[in-house]
Unconditional design. Structure first.
Length: 150
């Protein structure tokens, strides 16, 4: 999606999901921007377009992106970056003000764990385990887990 998905991108994905029954999975970096901007906007729409979000959101999307727990589970501590001030502000603001985050306890726990760890991580961090690790190991394991973030 190259960052926050555009309305056209979200509408297209929504049509595929609704009309073709194609599952939609989101794989983002493990940072507040990936969670609260990219994924959240795809899932529930944007605050600036609340009056038309029902056409541009994809409520059936499932999150498969990198979580703070993945840093621990996949031994990626050496591939993280410190949270920047803007990341900390974004996470705290989402915890305090974002209706989606406030409604979903799992997202609150994820952001709180990220803040406690003080790091963010990019998808590319998995390359330390090999170039095909994401396709051959990480994503299949995430898909097998019944529970994903809402």
């Amino acid at each position: 999606m190259s960052g926050v998905p555009t309305r056209a991108c979200r509408r297209f994905i929504r049509r595929l999901a609704d009309d073709q029954k194609i599952p939609v999975l989101a794989f983002t970096d493990g940072d507040p921007y990936g969670y609260c901007n990219i994924y959240r906007t795809l899932k529930v729409g944007s605050g600036q377009a609340a009056h038309i979000n029902r056409f541009f959101c994809v409520p059936q999307v499932k999150f498969l992106g990198v979580t703070p727990q993945d840093i621990i589970d996949y031994r990626l501590e050496d591939a993280t970056h410190p949270l920047e001030d803007v990341d900390i502000k974004h996470a705290k603001d989402a915890l305090k003000n974002d209706p989606f985050i406030k409604h979903h306890k799992d997202w609150q726990k994820t952001l709180e764990q990220l803040l406690k760890m003080g790091v963010r991580i990019e998808q590319q961090a998995f390359a330390k385990h090999g170039l095909n690790f994401v396709l051959e190991t990480y994503l299949p394991e995430k898909l097998k887990k019944a529970k994903s973030l809402p």
